[in-house]
Design a protein around this ligand. Structure first.
Ligand SMILES: Cc1cc2nc3c(=O)[nH]c(=O)nc-3n(C[C@H](O)[C@H](O)[C@H](O)COP(=O)(O)OP(=O)(O)OC[C@H]3O[C@@H](n4cnc5c(N)ncnc54)[C@H](O)[C@@H]3O)c2cc1C
Length: 392
């Protein structure tokens, strides 16, 4: 079953790869790829069967998105945003059954694609908490929301964006509210500023909300302490992106092997692959890639088996760290060994180098992973760790 899905994803990835350079150059939404994924049932890949979904587990999702990430990494990364916000809601023990049923219905029966926007300009993992500056004020029949969000992948291609905001009037240590906002909502604006080094076709633009009204039934979750929801959903919010970078690393590795196998120096019958230094580089990258893949699969399996336990969370951080390191090394070595032939615009190595440069920056960032692994391995309570910088 997993092999069949993986083969399907590789087939789709091969098609996506043909349009990837153009979307990368234009930083355009790969909407035709989203339509194909929608048609092929990927919107409800992991939604449980009792809601009409395909009911695949997290390991299967991981294998699928690794394969999709090999074709057009931006397509896989942005489209994953849908599962990354839908699944934590459906799996949460805090979200109401009515909200879950509504979301599952929107996705399964109405084919709606959801983006998610939690990030704000003032957020950083360096301080370990993410206070929300975007505010929702209760008004008759709903809320009015104002403020600026940032980095919203596929913002203008999705049917709704799920926005995390601070609900005024809700008491608690870390209040948060998730509201679904459609593209035509009054007071919703987009600053199309996603002109970036890599993952350009994710179009992770900025969302500006100016007294944007959302009715009560667009609010799918509200809590006085949003932290539990965020931690329990971490495998979706964070780890589901790891597999995309794993796929990207695999694609860069294959491209490097292809280049080495097909380039011949004038006057030599054997390709550059025969050079002992080429073989050694490829061998080292092979070890990196396989270690990253096995660790990622194992962490996904652990999450499926045990849920969000501290051990499963640590395994998730280890996997992301290893994938980040492996991707950085593979795309850098591919660029170096590929030489000046590979640095032209339109070269696969050039694009994967830029996309892969984001691997260690993509949350959970490599340094953030180490921060958490260290705390866990030493048996330290994260809540007791001193703030790394002096607050204002
Ligand atoms: C391609 C892409 C798509 C995205 N799409 C979305 C989206 O759709 N929706 C959304 O809400 N957000 C999205 N984001 C935003 C993302 O989730 C982060 O919120 C965003 O990257 C902000 O963090 P930052 O990169 O400024 O990093 P920071 O958190 O400020 O980290 C910067 C650097 O500081 C270091 N660092 C961080 N934490 C620690 C620590 N604890 N200890 C030591 N060092 C540390 C690391 O080196 C890290 O790279 C996206 C990001 C990317 C790259």
């Amino acid at each position: 079953m997993q092999r069949t899905l993986q083969a399907k994803c590789l087939e789709l990835a091969a098609d996506f790869a043909t349009r990837s350079p153009q979307h990368d150059r234009e930083a355009s939404h790969p909407t035709e790829n989203y339509d194909i994924l929608r048609r092929e049932g990927f919107l409800h890949l992991t939604i449980p069967k009792h809601w009409g979904g395909s009911g695949h587990d997290f390991l299967t999702h991981t294998i699928a998105y690794e394969a999709l990430g090999r074709g057009c990494p931006s397509t896989a990364l942005a489209f994953n945003m849908h599962a990354s916000v839908v699944m934590p809601l459906l799996e949460s023990t805090e979200v109401s059954d009515a909200a879950k049923t509504k979301i599952a219905d929107l996705v399964v029966n109405h084919g709606k694609m959801l983006g998610g926007n939690f990030s704000e300009p003032g957020h950083t993992s360096l301080i370990g908490e993410r206070p929300l500056s975007v505010r929702a004020y209760p008004v008759e029949g709903g809320y009015c929301i104002s403020g600026r969000k940032m980095f919203a992948s596929m913002l203008q291609a999705a049917d709704y964006v799920l926005v995390l905001v601070h609900p005024e009037g809700t008491t608690g240590v870390s209040p948060g509210m998730l509201a679904m906002i459609p593209p035509n909502a009054e007071g919703r604006n987009v600053i199309a500023n996603w002109d970036t080094l890599g993952m350009r076709a994710t179009r992770s633009d900025s969302l500006i909300l100016d007294n944007c009204f959302v009715p009560d039934d667009a609010v799918v979750f509200r809590s006085g302490d949003i932290r539990r929801f965020r931690i329990e959903g971490a495998s979706w919010f964070w780890a589901s992106y790891t597999s995309v970078y794993l796929g990207l690393a695999g694609a860069a590795f294959d491209e490097l092997c292809r280049v080495l196998n097909t380039r011949n120096a004038e006057g030599y019958s054997q390709s550059l692959a025969w050079h002992p230094d080429s073989r050694r580089h490829v061998a080292e990258l092979s070890v990196d890639l396989h270690a990253a893949r096995l660790t990622t699969y194992h962490s996904a399996w652990l999450r499926d088996r045990d849920g969000p336990t501290p051990e499963a969370m640590t395994a998730m951080f280890r996997a992301k760290y290893l994938v980040g390191q492996a991707t950085s090394r593979i795309v850098r070595t591919a660029l170096t060994l590929g030489g000046a032939h590979g640095i032209f615009k339109g070269s696969r190595i050039e694009q994967l180098f830029r996309d892969g440069a984001l691997a260690e920056i993509q949350p959970p960032q490599s340094d953030f992973c180490l921060w958490n692994i260290g705390l866990h391995e030493l048996g330290l309570d994260p809540a007791a760790a001193l703030p790394p910088m002096r607050p204002a």
